[in-house]
Design a protein around this ligand. Sequence first.
Ligand code: SF4
Length: 348
Amino acid sequence: MVRHLSGLSATQLQELAASLGEKPFRGKQLFDHLHQRNATQLDAIAVLPASFRQKLLDDEYEACSLTVSEVQTSIDRTVKLGLETADGHLIETVLIPMDTGKFTQCISSQIGCALGCAVCMTGTLGLRRNLTAAEIVDQIRVARRDHPDCEVRNIVFMGMGEPLNNIPAVVAAVSILQSPRGLSLSPRRITVSTAGVVPGIAQLGKEAEVLLAVSLNAPNQAIRERLMPIARMYPLEELMAALKAWPLPPRRRLTLEYVLVAGINDQPEHARELVRLISHIRCKINLIPFNPFPGTSLESPPDKAIQDFFDILSRKDVVVTIRKSRGQDIQAACGQLAGSRGSKFRDL
Ligand code: SF4
């Protein structure tokens, strides 16, 4: 079975080197070349003895777990990469341009998703499997290798899948991304977004130092159940209690995502109810006009309804933004990720 080196910590690579009869520092060299120099081929790591590289190849270790299957670039400079795993699944990652000229990279944590949120195309696919730590980290490494002009400043776990249903791999990947020997990303540059897996919120808070975002999408339990089936398992009241307990550093805010859907959660009374719901949480609200996808009957609200909703929140001193949708022309916008070649994905 092929194994991928990019998901192993520096310590694990040292242990691996020792187990293959090499000096442990060779493991550290390997880590440095994978994550600082971004080597995606073992052959490219010339500093390692050829005999060590051969032993790794003989044991079916590889430097990178993903191959590029498709690249699409939007008119707004958003880049969507379709990536193929070693066992033939397709996942997607998106490079999103920011106003500063830098990029945010949206990465996937699972192949498909079991949660079936009505606002999201990934949810129509069901869950195939969790991604490994290597497959999470390699989305970033492949993008760095192939798109060096897109300087990534922030990583958001908002692609395919529910990260808190794959905490071990997410935490291992975050640890590699934050390692001083790796990309050395600061905690405020990594955001993990959940649909509201309540026990996972507490666990993530203990195991990783990251920013938290939550797809709220509703001001009350009834609407949340309609849009997010997970609300039946973890009611809104329990979710809000978990958010209050999140270890929020001073001067930081939780991000609450609110996808506005015409006629369901976009009315002025919903905005007022939302203000009351979040009154005890230090947060900012991202309003995201619904991005339609094939097969959904949901619609985005008219511009006036979006603006009215925004104005009600603003007048109550809620920190709120309307998120610009990027990459809509290449199905790369929020909620639209489903595998570039959807038919192949579904056939697996
Ligand atoms: S929004 Fe997130 S949790 Fe919900 S179905 Fe889509 S990928 Fe899964």
